[in-house]
Design a protein. Structure first.
Length: 298
């Protein structure tokens, strides 16, 4: 693997300090993120926005890369591009590095770095910056600062793309899953992660803000692409997405307890109800998410 142009160790935070709602070192979370990468890549129909000139993209940064799924796909399909992934999880980075070495990917490297702090790259280092589903660890106040940092390390004409959702768990006809959606929304308001001030709103208010956040940082030619994944019973995505929700819910139980959503006994009972309801033949669920991206002025 390439040793690249950034050899120093990213140490702007202590490894034990993070803002994740779930344990970022969890093996279950690693498995969930690997599955999610496959689901999302397929639903989005490609690794990059369809209307950008890839001939001008040479250096790519993936923020909160997790086990490196998207970053390694880019490195594999585009050996002419230099890809960097950053994450706060040592376990994720070790796995990603090992996988890249096994695949003999010479054009990718991974670093420990916290996206809620300063990004320790020189100005004008990248042509495209990607971030997917980072709402789980981003404080509301951290969003403008992160995008400002991305603009600093982008080259003129470079692209920043953010893909995220307003609900961790999607609208469905599962009463238990909807209850968990309410728990997440309330917990995110109470912990400063939500742009919505109403705890019972059942969403984060993030996707309506993404374009405005990019514009406030100076991005131009901002575009938004919505996505809809139907994972109802009988649909191709049903097994993969319901399994992903099962793992996600199990990982969020400690977060729900810390934010006083319910007792352990209530959470376990509700979790078992979700497992039953998502396996019914009449289960219906659709997951919505959105990409917003714009360019740094030339």
């Amino acid at each position: 693997m390439s040793k690249g142009r950034w050899h120093y160790q990213m140490a702007n935070i202590h490894p034990s300090e993070n803002s994740y709602a779930v344990d970022p070192e969890s093996a279950m979370e690693m498995a969930r993120l690997m599955d999610l990468d496959i689901i999302v890549n397929k639903q989005m129909g490609g690794l990059f926005p369809p209307d950008i000139d890839l001939g001008k993209v040479h250096d790519v940064l993936d923020i909160a890369c997790g086990p490196g799924g998207w970053a390694m796909e880019v490195a594999f399909e585009h050996p002419d591009k230099h890809v960097v992934g950053i994450d706060i999880s040592r376990a994720m980075l070790e796995y990603a590095t090992a996988q890249a070495n096994m695949q003999d990917l010479q054009n990718i490297e991974f670093f420990f770095m916290d996206a809620t702090a300063s990004l320790e790259f020189p100005a004008a280092s990248f042509d495209l910056i990607n971030a997917r589903f980072i709402v789980g660890f981003m404080w509301k106040e951290a969003w403008p600062e992160l995008i400002k940092e991305c603009m600093r390390i982008l080259r003129p004409g470079g692209i920043i793309r953010i893909t995220d959702t307003d609900r961790v768990f999607s609208p469905s006809n599962s009463a238990a899953l909807e209850k968990f959606n309410i728990f997440v929304s309330k917990a995110f308001v109470r912990t400063g992660r939500s742009f919505c001030k109403e705890e019972n709103a059942n969403h984060f208010g993030l996707t309506p803000m993404l374009g405005a956040l990019l514009a406030a940082a100076g991005c131009e030619n901002i575009r938004k692409i919505p996505y809809m994944l139907n994972y109802s019973a009988g649909k191709p995505a049903h097994f993969a997405q319901t399994h992903n929700w099962e793992m996600g819910l199990a990982l969020l139980v400690p977060f729900f307890r810390r934010t006083s959503m319910a007792s352990q006994e209530e959470l376990e009972e509700l979790y078992q109800q979700v497992l039953v309801e998502m396996r019914r033949d009449d289960f219906r669920g659709i997951w919505y998410f959105m990409s917003a991206y714009g360019a740094k002025p030339m």
